[in-house]
Structures are given as structure tokens and as C-alpha cells.
Write a protein that binds this ligand. Structure first.
Ligand SMILES: [Zn+2]
Length: 346
């Protein structure tokens, strides 16, 4: 009886296996601790008939020895595996892994989206690699407009025949999203389109070959310039504080008529004049205007029934105004020391 039990245990311990230190310790407890199976077996030894004691004694010792050796071997194997190069990744971030922060441009974009969302604008999106038709033609750009020049815009593909649906560009503004949205829906339309845009510029502290825009479009019956002005005033006050004043200066864009550029009172000097606002008391933040009837017609909207306004702002510009980032290149360098400074604004 006891010999059968010994044989069975011997077979078991010869084939022991473990994956980590905890499992090895569990095996040691199971077989070799005070209440372990082998120890219990040794306690039973005194009940063995005298004539069997010698053989049983030898077999129990053999079993115990085998169990100790096997468990030690497992320990050693485990320790060796742990110490080997490939199993341990020394490049891994130490725990606790630190959380990153939102990029300042994301923070400001989200803030802009939030303000306009509360005024009923919905998000619209479109491709960054876009055809000439949506970037320029439907936006009322003349055939010889400088933006269509290779010097100003990144062309990805140009058709030999001048087909505007086959001339592909990295979009130079998010107005293409407006064109696509108007093509596929009828007023009332109230959208904002945030996104990355590209221009063929030398990279300096003040210019970059890509930047981010948020454009807005509202088309409905009886939309007037007054509506535009009030929406932009509300935006400026939410973004820069309730004391903020705005002023509109006449300007020109192909896709709006009349067009204007909007300044806000310098929030650093409160309008008195400082280095930041070049002592004018005003800083420029966006372009806007009433959607040119040609643009509405090109996009399938009846300009005799509907009118609309549009505006567009650079996210980098707004971020600079809010956080005084002096060098545009810092936004795309991914220097965590710079990004960490915006931790509190998250
Ligand atoms: Zn100022």
C-alpha cells in the first residue's frame, strides 16, 4: 500500500513544472512542508511492518531527494531565465508609466469646437488630399489665382488636360470641407470644420508648411452680416474673456463678398498698446465674410433663396494668443518639456 503511494508520488515529482516563483513555492509547500505529502508519508512510516521498514525507508528517502532536486532545478531554471538578456526588456518604461498630456493645438481646437457646438454648429470632416474642384474651383478661385501656383500649394498629381477633378493637392484650407458638405445637403447648414492644411512655405518661427484651421459655415434664409458679427463676438468673449472687443476690417477672399478680417483687443495690454500687439492695441485672429453667391451656386444651393456667412481661423494663431508660444516650430517638434507645460490646461 505505502509502496504504491510512494511510486505514484515519485512519478509526480519527477515531472513537476512551474512558470514562476509563486508556482515553485506552491510545489514546495505541497510536497515538502510540515504538512506536505512527503512529510505526511514519513509520519506514516512508524506503522510500516518491521520487515518492510528497510525497503520503504529507502524508497521514501529516494522520493524526498527527488522532490528536493526537482524543485531546486526548477528554481535554478527560473532564475536563469529571468537573468537572461532577451527575456528582460531594459528599454521598457519603468512603472508607473506616466500619462502624457494633450497637445496644445488639440486643447485649443477642442475649446473652439466646444464654443461653436454650444451655438448649434456641428462637426464636418473631409480629406486632406483633395481635388482642385473642391479646394479652388468651387471656392471661386480664378484660374490664374496665385494659390493655384506650384510655388504656393503642394500638388500631388496634375492632369495633362487641366481636369480639375484630377488635379490633386494637399488642401490649402479646410474650405474644401464646406464645398463637400454643401454638395451633399441643403440649408439650414451650420458646420465647423477643423483640420490640418498645407502650404508651400519655408519653415520659420512664424510660418510652417502645415498648420491647423477651424472654419465655420452657416447657410440659411435671411442670414446677414449682423449674425456673423454677433457669433464672432460671442466666440471672442468666450475664448479670450468677457472684456474682449472686436473690430472688423474690410478684406478680400475669393469665396466671400463682402469679406473682413477680425481683430480682437489685445488681451495682454487690454488695448493700451504693447510689444505683443505692436502698440496698436489690436491683434488679428481670423478672416470671415458673407459666402459669395457663386460659391453657393457651384455647390448646388440656390443663392436667390439662401445666404450664408463663413469664417476661418488658424489654430496655431489662437494658441499663440492664448499661451504666447513664440516659435511655431515648437508645435511639431514633440519636445515633451514643451508639451508638459500644458498639463494644467488639459
Ligand atoms: Zn497689447
Amino acid at each position: 500500500m505505502i509502496l504504491d503511494k510512494i511510486e505514484k508520488l515519485l512519478d509526480e515529482v519527477q515531472n513537476l513544472n512551474a512558470h514562476n516563483a509563486e508556482e515553485i513555492e506552491a510545489l514546495r509547500l505541497k510536497y515538502l512542508s510540515k504538512k506536505g505529502e512527503i512529510t505526511t508519508l514519513m509520519a506514516d512510516f512508524r506503522n510500516v511492518p518491521a520487515e518492510q521498514k528497510k525497503e520503504v525507508g529507502m524508497r521514501i528517502n529516494e522520493l524526498k531527494q527527488t522532490a528536493i532536486e526537482r524543485i531546486n532545478a526548477l528554481k535554478e531554471q527560473f532564475e536563469t531565465t529571468e537573468g537572461d538578456g532577451p527575456a528582460m526588456d531594459l528599454t521598457r518604461s519603468p512603472y508607473p508609466i506616466r500619462l502624457g498630456t494633450r497637445h496644445p493645438l488639440t486643447i485649443v481646437t477642442n475649446e473652439i469646437i466646444d464654443i461653436f457646438s454650444r451655438m448649434g454648429f456641428v462637426l464636418a470632416d473631409g480629406p486632406e488630399v483633395e481635388d482642385d474642384l473642391h479646394v479652388f474651383t468651387k471656392m471661386n478661385f480664378a484660374a490664374d489665382h496665385p494659390a493655384r501656383d506650384m510655388q504656393d500649394t503642394f500638388f500631388v498629381e496634375q492632369s495633362q488636360t487641366g481636369d480639375v477633378t484630377k488635379n490633386m493637392v494637399l488642401r490649402s484650407h479646410t474650405s474644401s470641407v464646406q464645398a463637400r458638405f454643401m454638395e451633399n445637403s441643403q440649408p439650414p447648414i451650420r458646420i465647423i470644420a477643423p483640420g490640418r492644411v498645407y502650404r508651400n512655405e519655408a519653415i520659420t518661427a512664424r510660418a510652417h508648411c502645415f498648420f491647423h484651421q477651424v472654419e465655420g459655415l452657416y447657410v440659411d434664409k435671411n442670414v446677414s452680416f449682423t449674425d456673423l458679427k454677433q457669433v464672432l463676438l460671442s466666440f471672442a468673449r468666450e475664448m479670450f474673456g468677457t472684456d474682449t472687443k472686436i473690430r472688423l476690417r474690410p478684406s478680400y477672399f475669393p469665396f466671400t463678398e463682402p469679406s473682413a478680417e477680425m481683430d480682437i483687443s489685445c488681451h495682454i495690454c487690454g488695448g493700451k498698446g504693447c510689444g505683443f500687439c505692436k502698440h496698436t492695441g489690436w491683434v488679428e485672429i481670423l478672416g470671415c465674410g458673407m459666402v459669395d453667391p457663386n460659391v453657393l451656386e457651384q455647390c448646388g444651393i440656390d443663392s436667390k433663396v439662401y445666404s450664408g456667412y463663413a469664417f476661418g481661423m488658424g489654430v496655431e494663431r489662437i494658441t499663440n494668443l492664448k499661451y504666447q508660444v513664440s516659435d511655431l516650430r515648437m508645435f511639431s517638434e514633440n519636445d515633451t518639456r514643451f508639451l508638459k507645460e500644458f498639463e494644467a490646461a488639459n
